[in-house]
Design a protein around this ligand. Structure first.
Ligand SMILES: C[S@@+](CC[C@H](N)C(=O)[O-])C[C@H]1O[C@@H](n2cnc3c(N)ncnc32)[C@H](O)[C@@H]1O
Length: 367
């Protein structure tokens, strides 16, 4: 059994746990995992090595997954060196270099630069004792990142299994200045799903779709993320290929509808998303226009916060328009707390989720 730390956006922990439980039951029903700890921004679980690695491909809410590999107690540099030299590094890496990222809290050793140098030297000397195979060169492996976190003289050594942050998806590129981070959009889709009676064959719309993030996440939440991960550039990959056998992908969303007042954006989306295997409709339309769309089950949107881009109405007016235009839908709107307070908006939502979106306090309301 191994221990994994799932880094999740603060305040999305419960949703991330629910996602893990639901997807585990789909993909690995005969296997088990144990939740060891839940803290703000993170979840610690224990399970088999291969399955922990595979979570990168199937979970949409976490930002990054780490393998908690070793803990060493050290109060001086020679001890760090000796202990690091004795670790079985080729268990987790086959690359001649490691990018060590060090943080320390309440440790006798506070000099992160010297701690890093000591780890680098010990790893170089380890390679002199045990020469490295050339697999990394043949297969073009990228340099692994290892996080060293010192807390009261205990140094936890964790391998980054993800590589690029997990919210970096492979999706058609439509440039937009205010794209919502993908794992926030995934989490908010999942939050809304929990409050929706209908559970499949969903028609999902975003009336202010921008680059289409909500629609991308709605149609891909139950599918694998197609991209590469750091663990694929390590000896762990063989173990994963041999033992993790996840089930097929699925989707609950059967149609996506993107609307925006910006016609150039809509034309780009039509072109860029044309090859995707999901029924889709793109239309230039103002969120306050008279058209009605009774076929939609779920509306998700992220109107401008009045910072870089302006919204030409108050939040209360927007909610009235959306309820009229989408009479049969559950409606989710992401709002800036500052704009809402400034407008003294009384909204009467069914429920809400509060978090920080790149430093802006926001609330996601369901109506
Ligand atoms: C914050 S962005 C949405 C970003 C999007 N969630 C994404 O991830 O790319 C807001 C979008 O609302 C659109 N918008 C602003 N006012 C609108 C209106 N009255 N009707 C329709 N779209 C509007 C803007 O053109 C912009 O694309």
């Amino acid at each position: 059994m191994n221990t994994f730390y799932l880094i999740v956006p603060p305040h999305f922990e419960e949703l991330a746990l629910a996602e893990l439980e639901e997807k585990w039951a789909i993909h690995f029903p005969e296997k088990t995992y144990q939740v060891l700890e839940k803290v703000l921004g993170g979840i610690l679980i224990q399970t088999e090595l291969a399955l922990g690695c595979y979570l990168n491909k199937i979970l949409k809410i976490p930002t990054r997954i780490l393998l908690r590999w070793q803990e060493i107690k050290c109060r001086d540099f020679p001890t760090i060196y000796q202990k690091v030299l004795k670790l079985n590094w080729y268990e987790i890496t086959g690359h001649p270099e490691i990018d060590f990222k060090i943080t320390v809290h309440e440790c006798r050793l506070m000099h992160t630069g010297r701690i890093e140098e000591t780890f680098v030297k010990a790893y170089k000397d380890y390679q002199k004792k045990f020469p490295l195979k050339k697999t990394w060169e043949k297969e073009g492996w990228s340099t692994p990142t290892v996080f060293i976190r010192g807390q009261q003289d205990i140094f936890t050594i964790s391998l980054d299994l993800s590589g690029e942050a997990l919210y970096k998806r492979e999706r058609p590129l439509v440039k937009h200045q205010a794209t919502l981070r993908e794992n926030f959009a995934a989490g908010l889709f999942y939050f809304a799903l929990k409050h929706l009676d209908k559970k499949d064959n969903l028609f999902v719309a975003d009336p202010m779709c921008g680059s289409g993030t909500f629609l991308w996440e709605s149609s891909n939440f139950y599918r694998f993320s197609k991209r590469t991960y750091a663990y694929e550039h390590s000896p762990l990959y063989k173990i994963v290929q041999q033992s993790a056998k996840p089930r097929i992908e699925s989707t609950l969303t059967s149609k996506i509808v993107g609307r925006d007042q910006n016609s150039t954006l809509i034309e780009n989306l039509k072109t860029e998303w044309v090859d995707l295997d999901i029924p889709q409709l793109w239309e230039t339309e103002d969120a306050s226009s008279p058209e009605s769309h009774p076929d939609i089950d779920l509306v998700l949107c992220n109107p401008p916060y009045d910072e870089r881009i302006k919204l030409s109405m108050t939040y209360s007016e927007l909610v009235v328009h959306l309820k009229r235009k989408y009479p049969n839908a559950l409606i989710g709107v992401l709002m800036s707390v500052m704009k809402k307070n400034h407008e003294k908006a009384k909204l009467n939502p069914k429920t809400k989720l509060s978090f920080s979106n790149s430093g802006i306090d926001v609330e996601f309301y369901l109506f």
